[in-house]
Design a protein around this ligand. Structure first.
Ligand SMILES: *Cc1c(COP(=O)(O)O)cnc(C)c1O
Length: 377
């Protein structure tokens, strides 16, 4: 029996060829491939500007800097997310204020956001958790009249749609991840996208030490003019090696998402009649790339979440505990707002294996345990 992993990136000879070409070119740092990846990504995601970064975490940090979020501001975030969502406000000296999530989608809602807004609130970070599109228009309806910046953490969202458009396109500024756990990977890597030209320009400079001319521009002239460091910047650059992989992966995205949705459909049908299991599904306002295919283990099920995970592990199936709750981690435990849905979902959900190359027999092995956990013991 071979182990079934929760996720495997889909990489092929095209990526190998693309990286080899960059290596042979002698220009391996941020350069023409990054610029091309940004152009293509912006076009694909229907946004005007895309700025490549070293990760989604660094893109979130830059997003808050260019949006003017500073010390003593409050930023509403879900606790039910990877910890980077809560860390981003902390990096700029602001305070993350945790809002609860919808029990069906696991995302922020207009109501949970409204309940967390206070006099110091300046921004909201709405997450497309696990690839499920957040209902952004509803959140904007709460934020826009108050002048709050809406940031979208679409780390998991490449290939998901919201009201007929790619997710991320309707936020003030959006951050993306290309970590191998996500649907489109560059090894590590991220992107910031926005329709605000001035925010994009500042992010572009800030990611490169706030240098007045990029390294690529300076390389273009033999006698490079002296550069100015206009403010305190960062090194949050992506490399051309990564962008070359990203360009190939972007070409594959539609196909990858189609396959993921097929596999999700098989899971959904196979467990629809299982008492005590509820599977993640598309919300009425969009479609998910099913970056994380999670199920909630309800009290009617013969096992609890950890029991089911152990049973899957015995069948050499590597599931993962569901989305974490940031407010339970040491840096944030002192924040005591009541988050009953977050606590329940984080304790009762698990993420099942789902990846492009997953075979029918592999998926059948997972389904068998879910349907008959006692027999598989
Ligand atoms: C993965 C993830 C991140 C972090 O992405 P990196 O590219 O690894 O920095 C941030 N937010 C969410 C919701 C994520 O799932």
């Amino acid at each position: 029996m071979t182990r079934i992993n929760v996720m495997q990136p889909w990489l092929g000879e095209e990526e190998v060829a693309a990286v080899t070409e960059v290596l042979r070119s002698g220009w391996v740092a941020q350069g023409p491939r990054v610029a091309e990846f940004e152009r293509r990504f912006a076009e694909h995601q229907q946004v005007q500007h895309a700025v490549a970064t070293s990760s989604c975490t660094t893109a979130l940090h830059l997003a808050l800097v260019v949006a003017g979020i500073t010390a003593d501001d409050e930023v509403v975030v879900p606790s039910f997310s990877f910890i980077a969502t809560a860390n981003a406000p902390t990096y700029v000296g602001a305070r993350p204020v945790f809002a609860d999530v919808d029990p069906v989608t696991g995302n922020l809602t207009a109501e949970t956001v409204a309940a967390a807004i206070g006099p110091r609130t300046r921004a909201v970070i709405a997450v497309d958790q696990g690839g499920v599109p957040v209902d952004l228009q509803a959140i904007r309806a709460v934020c826009d009249p108050r002048g709050l910046v809406v940031v979208e953490d679409a780390a998991c969202g490449a290939g998901s749609t919201y009201r007929g458009r790619p997710v991320g396109a309707g936020a003030d500024i959006t951050a993306w991840s290309f970590h191998p756990r996500k649907v489109l990977t560059t090894g590590e890597g991220g992107m910031l996208s926005t329709n605000h030209a001035d925010w994009a320009a500042r992010a572009r400079t800030l990611r490169e030490h706030a240098m007045s001319a990029s390294a690529a521009e300076r390389h273009a002239s033999v006698l490079a003019p002296p550069e100015v460091y206009t403010e305190v910047g960062f090194n949050y650059r992506m490399t051309d090696l990564q962008a070359a992989v990203g360009l190939v992966q972007l070409e594959r995205l539609t196909q990858v998402v189609r396959r993921r949705r097929e596999l999700a459909d098989v899971y959904g049908k196979a467990i629809a009649d299982v008492d005590g299991l509820r599977a993640v599904a598309d919300p009425p306002w969009g479609s998910s790339n099913f970056q994380s295919y999670w199920v909630e283990v309800l009290p009617e099920y013969p096992l609890d979440r950890d029991g089911l995970m152990a049973r899957l592990a015995a069948a050499d199936v590597s599931a993962r505990r569901g989305i974490m709750a940031a407010h339970r981690q040491p840096p944030y435990v002192h924040q005591t707002s009541a988050l009953p849905v977050t606590e329940r979902l984080t304790d009762t959900t698990l993420i099942l294996p789902l990846f492009h190359q997953m075979s029918e027999s592999e998926q059948a092995r997972v389904v068998e345990v879910l349907r008959e956990p006692e027999r598989s013991a």
